[in-house]
Write a protein that binds this ligand. Structure first.
Ligand SMILES: Cc1cc2nc3c(=O)[nH]c(=O)nc-3n(C[C@H](O)[C@H](O)[C@H](O)COP(=O)(O)OP(=O)(O)OC[C@H]3O[C@@H](n4cnc5c(N)ncnc54)[C@H](O)[C@@H]3O)c2cc1C
Length: 467
């Protein structure tokens, strides 16, 4: 039986960790796997996807013995590094409908809206302190090329009777964000921001309370498939009835999945607290804001007045080998800082204290895919969150739990299950070198469009080749 070789992450040095992880001194609290162990379901990866899957399995089948193996510590991946923007899938309803049909698209969108309410419930009950603030998600344009990026999703929502979005004019955006660089857009009001690392750490606590076994600092290096797959780490071997691979971008190491997944980096910076300036310009609440560039800007202010400003970099690696550049870029966040000062010139003198990056697991359709490996019906995977996971992974957890538990229900039958109709990406080295050319064109296009200048035809053509 062929073994499956995993490619565990390069752990980030403490100084390269995200502002979110550093501000709560997040770290491992559970013991590494040692020796031989046994469980019903082994989950590889202790981010939101792995933890929600573990929680959903326990909700439906409390007697199932679930063990999570995490390479570093829970939340050390994308879940503890992201922009903290919480919004539903209604923003992607047009793409969802194209892939899974109208009924499933509506079900999945509504499920993410419910997930936001579930997060709110977890916070208000005191179960998970995640700093959730439902002050809205603003999807905006800061140049003419970006105007109306939301039209397809908004119009479809309206046609389906879902009034999720309200229009925003320049004055509304200025009043809510203290900047009018973005001057038109829409808002999803039951959405907002979280402290993402607190959410990950809170889910870990919830999982432990519910009897889920977690071993941190336990990178899985190899899986031997079979009726009872065996997962090998440096210190031990875990035998399981079923396995869930919830390792996000690191799933690109699995040859069967690699053709459907590409990994890009996104970079975030955090400023020193500047509550007085933010009060003065009127940016006071916990809204999340993004614009509609290809390398999207996403930002929020924390309750303490730190500005978190993120941007897709489009950074890639040959064969999707995720190295240390996916922990921290090495340029001190220069690109983000330039954009931060364009949107908020008032913050020019506020120091940036922290910069970091994280890998984004992308699919050609920009939507996740769930299933099991072709020759191994007991090894499942969840991948392709495409930079939108906070309200989506609780739903992913339901889908994967149904698959693992063998349920025949709306989750296991939904159109995100199965890789068959997904687009295969080109093999290496074409993929890497092609992506470099396309990335350069996208950046050129972005830079010109921000200035309301039209890129030349070659740039437009090459940028248009992006999946
Ligand atoms: C910079 C950035 C900004 C983002 N901004 C937002 C945002 O604002 N809003 C939003 O909704 N989403 C955002 N996202 C996306 C969101 O963070 C992800 O979709 C979500 O965290 C995915 O969760 P996950 O569990 O799949 O991945 P992860 O949190 O990455 O978890 C995977 C885990 O698997 C572990 N692992 C990998 N290989 C192994 C192995 N061999 N053995 C054991 N463990 C292993 C890793 O250590 C990691 O902890 C952003 C992502 C990034 C990177």
């Amino acid at each position: 039986m062929n073994t499956i070789t995993m490619r565990p992450p390069v752990a980030a040095a403490k100084a390269d960790r995200s502002y979110w992880l550093r501000s709560i001194e997040a770290d491992a609290v559970t013991q590494p796997l040692q020796g031989a162990a046994d469980c019903d379901v082994a989950i590889v990866g202790g981010g939101y996807a792995g933890l929600w899957t573990a929680l959903r399995i326990k909700e439906q089948s409390p007697e199932t013995r679930v063990t999570v193996l995490e390479a570093d510590f829970c939340g050390s991946g994308a879940s503890g590094r992201n922009g903290g923007q919480v919004h539903s899938w209604f923003a992607e309803i047009d793409m969802l409908r194209a892939l899974v049909g109208e009924d499933d698209a509506l079900m999945l969108c509504r499920a993410t809206a419910d997930a936001i309410e579930e997060l709110n419930g977890l916070q208000t009950s005191g179960a998970v302190d995640m700093g959730l603030r439902l002050d809205g998600w603003l999807w905006t344009a800061s140049s003419t090329a970006q105007e109306g990026a939301w039209a397809a999703a908004r119009d479809l929502c309206l046609a389906l009777g879902e009034e999720r979005f309200r229009p925003l004019q320049r004055a509304d955006i200025l009043r809510r964000t203290g900047s009018d660089v973005s001057y038109v857009g829409i808002v999803e009001e039951r959405a907002g921001t979280v402290q993402p690392a607190k959410l990950a750490i809170g889910l870990r606590r919830l999982a432990l309370e519910r009897g889920i076994v977690i071993h941190e600092r336990s990178p899985v290096v190899e899986i031997t498939p079979g009726p009872r797959p065996r997962l090998r780490t440096a210190g031990g071997v875990l035998a399981a009835g079923k396995v869930v691979l919830a390792t996000n971008a690191w799933l690109s190491a699995i040859p069967e999945l690699h053709p459907y997944l590409y990994v890009v980096s996104s970079q975030v910076v955090a400023t020193a607290p500047a509550p007085d300036i933010l009060e003065r310009i009127g940016w006071t609440d916990g809204a999340s804001i993004c614009d509609a560039q290809h390398h999207v800007l996403y930002y929020q202010r924390t309750p303490e007045g730190t500005v978190i400003f993120g941007r897709g970099t489009g950074g890639i690696a040959y064969d999707d080998r995720i190295d240390g550049r996916f922990n921290r870029g090495g340029d001190g966040g220069a690109d983000n800082i330039r954009e931060l000062h364009r949107v908020y010139p008032q913050l020019k003198d506020v120091p940036v204290l922290c910069d970091w990056t994280g890998p984004i697991d992308c699919t050609a359709q920009h939507l996740p895919v769930f299933g099991h490996l072709k020759d191994h019906a007991n090894i499942f995977y969840a991948m392709g969150f495409n930079g939108t996971g906070i309200a989506q992974t609780p739903v992913a957890g339901r889908i994967v739990a149904s698959l693992v538990l063998g349920r025949d229900d709306a989750w296991s039958r939904c159109g995100l299950v199965g890789i068959g109709k997904r687009t295969r990406l080109p093999p290496e080295p074409l993929r890497y070198f092609g992506a470099r050319v396309v990335r350069r064109a996208i950046r050129r296009k972005n830079d010109l469009e921000i200035l309301n200048r039209r890129p030349d035809a070659v740039t437009r053509f090459l940028a248009g080749l992006a999946p």
